[in-house]
Write a protein of this length. Sequence first.
Length: 183
Amino acid sequence: MERNIHIIKQKGVVLIIGLIMLTVMTLLAVSSMQSSGLQALMSNNTKDKMTAFEAAESAIRAAEAYLDAQGVLNIGAFDDDESDGLLANLYDEAWNEASIDWTGSNSDAVEVDVMGGVATPPRYVIQHIGPVVPDLNRQLNVDNSYGAGNTESVVEMFKITARGTGGSDNTVVVLESMYGVSN
């Protein structure tokens, strides 16, 4: 009895295909991890920017509350020495938020409770623009909110500039708002 044994030579094709598949799977996994890491960074940056925005918004609200409480009564405190965050009408090209020392006494700090915390408390500067008298055509006083219908009432206009930071001092948001208080 003779056995017919055939010896088949394997050429390693399965091994090569397996290694190629393993390489492709590794590249996909690494790419996916890099993409996830980038998305996490973008998400953290967005959260930090929103925290800074909320902090600046809270500084604007605090400045508006200050103006509602004593802004018109305290017009004399608005001067040009830039020592307390209350400025006279310096509304020109030379003065802007970049010229403010946001860490000094020339701006007012606000304590805030922003989710996630801020690196530095938000600050604001109030600039007295001057009085505005509504005209008879009601272009300024559209909804009759200033002066309760009195068209001769004077509205003192203020420009509020607020700066907020996020979880780090590298994330900064500066907001400006115009606010009017009737006397």
